[in-house]
Design a protein around this ligand. Structure first.
Ligand SMILES: [Zn+2]
Length: 102
């Protein structure tokens, strides 16, 4: 049932945010229940990422990589290559506005 953890976490955060936006205390007198929902959701997500990912750096495990631009992809035009300074994780991003124009 591990795969349900992220969904549960995001659902709780979304629900809490929705209640805040809808100003639910006026209707249900829920006090701080929506904040609890968000906090619990974030804790579930963090626990999930910390236990399932293998990056050494804790920030990297929860998705906060420290990317630096290391070059351009040779295969695809306008595709930038970023690498994390901490865990060497590489991501490639296609820049939609491929220059030109001006
Ligand atoms: Zn990283």
């Amino acid at each position: 049932m591990r795969n349900k953890a992220p969904l549960t976490g995001y659902s709780l955060i979304f629900l809490g945010a929705a209640f805040i936006i809808a100003d639910a205390d006026a209707l249900f007198n829920m006090y701080y229940l929506h904040y609890v929902s968000i906090v619990v959701g974030m804790v579930i997500l963090l626990a999930y990422y910390l236990t399932t990912r293998s990056e050494k750096n804790l920030l990297c495990r929860i998705g906060f990589h420290k990317f630096e631009h290391v070059g351009w992809d040779n295969e695809v035009p306008f595709r930038l290559i970023y690498r994390c300074q901490r865990c060497e994780y590489v991501k490639r991003v296609i820049r939609s506005s491929g220059g030109g124009g001006m």
